[in-house]
Design a protein around this ligand. Structure first.
Ligand SMILES: NC(=O)C1=CN([C@@H]2O[C@H](COP(=O)(O)OP(=O)(O)OC[C@H]3O[C@@H](n4cnc5c(N)ncnc54)[C@H](OP(=O)(O)O)[C@@H]3O)[C@@H](O)[C@H]2O)C=CC1
Ligand SMILES: CCCCCCC/C=C/C=O
Length: 329
């Protein structure tokens, strides 16, 4: 008999999440039936989507939603061998039982030397968000100028590096000087700290006096309202996330987007990475190749200990992460 630890949503978030919103519980797992496997989480992901999705998809008492890299520790399913690592969507749990249908094997060419945690970040859902958002929503072309916010995070850092690979000029902004230094180190042409500039409008203008062809928006809210005015004619805005609004208890008010959209003939498109579920293999293969070639650099903010999942999640929402926030069990 195995005892799993799980984090449940004790009380729905009101405003910014607090440690008291979560409860740590223990669950006795039953013995395996034929066709089942027992898995142990090795790395778990904490992601911004958990904040809005908790309200949409969860009720109080549910295990927190989320993804992990897990190791198969026992198998009664001939298709799965003990010791193999997979990506699962089993929520904040140390151990769980699966029939194998919901598991994704790491790409077969995954090198032994590469941290498996990257399957939750650059070579996982956030990297794919950058890949499909740029390729299919922004439709960037060589020579164009791309703006990305939350640029030192899991999605943003890949957006900037892919845009460089695809021949663009890249401007990124982030919330600390260390993050800005990191962006320059990984090849961003221009980067600034949006928290310390005296005028966001001026900082955006200085970074690209001719404006922006593409804006990969991870933040929404006031930042997006300012940035939209600096789009070039026929510019494209990929509405990826709105993290500046996820914790609002009262919806933010405009300025509104219609006037610049009309006069600059902009295209603004919201998207979910899951729309390209049938192309994840293509994206993961490309991302793995670029990482192995050193063309895409990865940084992870690793929090040690399953008991620190809520703190890692709250820290990520506060901007304490450089690169992808993960928890090592
Ligand atoms: N559409 C889709 O399919 C997907 C969308 N997303 C979205 O992409 C965005 C980035 O996700 P991800 O890369 O995983 O997360 P990150 O690794 O970028 O972590 C979140 C970052 O957001 C920044 N942030 C937090 N609050 C604010 C704020 N009020 N204003 C500006 N920046 C803020 C912080 O960086 P800083 O220090 O710079 O403020 C923080 O580090 C999120 O909005 C997420 O919801 C993610 C995956 C899929
Ligand atoms: C692997 C789990 C898929 C989660 C999809 C997340 C979409 C994110 C939206 C906003 O953050």
């Amino acid at each position: 008999m195995v005892t799993a630890k799980v984090w449940v949503l004790k009380k729905h978030f009101e405003g910014f999440p607090k440690i008291s919103n979560f409860d740590l519980k223990e669950i006795e797992l039953p013995n395996l039936k034929d066709g089942e496997l027992l898995l142990q989480s090795v790395f778990l992901s904490v992601d911004p989507y958990m904040r809005p999705y908790s309200r949409r998809d969860m009720k109080e008492g549910d295990v927190m939603i989320g993804t992990q890299v897990a190791r198969i520790v026992e198998s009664k399913n001939p298709a799965f061998t003990v010791g193999v690592f997979v990506v699962a969507r089993s929520g904040w749990r140390t151990h769980f039982i699966s029939d194998g249908k919901d598991l994704q094997a790491l790409p077969s060419s995954w090198p032994e030397s590469l941290p498996r945690s990257l399957a939750l970040g650059t070579i996982g859902m956030p990297g794919l968000t950058a890949y499909f958002g740029l390729l299919e929503v922004c439709k960037t072309k060589p020579g164009e100028t791309v703006l990305v916010n939350a640029a030192a995070g899991a999605v943003g850092s890949v957006v900037g590096q892919l845009a460089k690979i695809w021949g663009c000029k890249v401007v990124g902004c982030a919330g600390s000087d260390d993050k800005v230094a990191y962006l320059k180190k990984i090849g961003f042409d221009e980067a600034f700290n949006y928290k310390t500039v005296t005028s966001l409008d001026e900082a955006l203008r200085k970074a690209s006096p001719d404006g922006y062809d593409c804006f990969f928006d991870n933040v929404g809210g006031e930042f997006a309202s300012v940035a939209i005015n600096q789009m070039k004619k026929y510019g494209r805005i990929a509405v990826c996330g709105a993290i500046s609004q996820y914790n609002d208890t009262v919806p933010q008010k405009g300025p509104y987007v219609q006037i610049p959209m009309i006069f600059k003939e902009l295209r603004m498109e919201g998207f979910l990475v899951t729309s390209w579920n049938n192309r994840w293999e293509e994206g993961l293969k490309a991302l793995l190749k670029w990482v192995m070639e050193g063309k895409v650099k990865c940084h992870e903010q690793v929090t040690e200990g399953f008991e620190n999942m809520p703190a890692a999640f709250i820290g990520m929402l506060k901007g304490e992460n450089l690169g992808k926030a993960v928890v090592k069990v």
